[in-house]
Design a protein around this ligand. Sequence first.
Ligand code: E4P
Length: 225
Amino acid sequence: MKFFIDTANLDQIKEAASLGIIDGVTTNPSLIAKEGITGAENIRRHYEAICALVNGDVSAEVIATDFENMVREGEELSAIHPNIVVKVPITRDGLKALSYFAKRGIRTNCTLVFSAGQALLAAKAGATYVSPFIGRLDDISQEGLDLIRSIRSIYDNFVFGTKILAASIRSPLHIVECARIGVDVVTCPLSSLLSLLQHPLTDIGLEKFLSDHRKSQQAAAAMST
Ligand code: E4P
């Protein structure tokens, strides 16, 4: 399973890359806005900077909602760097755009997916990735992980090549369950990835190892004086 980092923050991307566990980046218009980046040229440069930091796919989302402008924006985004994946929402025009891009070899990430039916359509249209949002379903008291299980079994039934990119991750459990289900990629903030590191027995064990080491060093030093 690959790990993508879900942010447009260059420091976080740099930090995640230095851990050696990051395979790509996902962004969305909210994450770009959070960094205070405005204007087409600045946004283009920001994507270039992200691509220079990570050797892997970088999702960049179109803003347009009509087919013609989605295509224009998507072609501009994909020309920025070979690792750019054009992110397209699952709408009627989005579906047309996904299929247009697929025919031209432009890789896509179909976003804002909240049902198995939407994921089925995205795969039929030739999306490279499909992004089901787990946390936002949990937020409205629906089981986000059930959607992931459904999409996995549908894609396996028909051997669709579309990769499942589990998004909107809220907890370490989401990540581990996604790995058990067999998604292709999980995208989440650095803090969620780092939460996988935590276990109280690791902290207690490390403290004990270090204190035993310290005591034996002190005993050896006392004997030699
Ligand atoms: C995925 O591509 C989205 O950018 C992201 O995972 C959404 O997460 P959120 O629901 O925490 O905003």
